[in-house]
Design a protein around this ligand. Sequence first.
Ligand SMILES: [Zn+2]
Length: 240
Amino acid sequence: MLPLEIKRSARSRSIRLKIHDDKIIVSGPPYVSEEKLRAFAESKKNWITKNLAQKQQRETHYPLAWPDTLVSGAYLPYLGKQTLFQVLQASEKPAVFWHPDKIILSHFNGFNAQWAQPYMIEAYKNKASELANAWFLKYCPLLGLWPTGLKLKYQKSLYGSLGANNTVHLNWLLVTAPEYVFEYVVVHELSHLKYRSHGPRFWGQVEKLMPNYQEAERWLNNWGRCFKLPDWRAREESNL
Ligand SMILES: [Zn+2]
């Protein structure tokens, strides 16, 4: 069983249980004793076991996982498909070419994992940024509002957010998900420019921009927790 973390928050009104990758968090209002919180977690043992099993099941069936190693001929998740990755010794400067059914990394010489792994991660982030910016151009004129910037980073279990200064933050791993899912997250965050909270007017705005947004929500509910960074570096080191 995973370690248990006890949390209290002045704002919480009830006891809650959450399963994370490496721990279980039980949280509640400050006046509830630690003993009571532990007892609550204990009483939910079956629920926890069932959820952990489901999570593991989902992860083993996740269709868009990264390959174990980054080599020519491997398949990389890109816009909802496992896409053939090919390395070509062809250009003066390294470059990545994104085709619907092929990702080509072109380089002058000296392909090696140490160089290529961070290079490909950067290329993915750039691709995510390019797509997000294209959707800004499509949707911002319809909204009549523009964000002040775009930031891409990896955040566990967060797809996107709108910062206080109206900067859109996106998880770059969205570029591995189907295109309509990534597009939806952009539409969602842009709609927050107009309505900050998730009220009916907010959802009405999302629907106006993207009538089939619920399909994307369903995809995220199923698979959104499977977004993971590639494990290349770790593996390479463990092979030494
Ligand atoms: Zn939101």
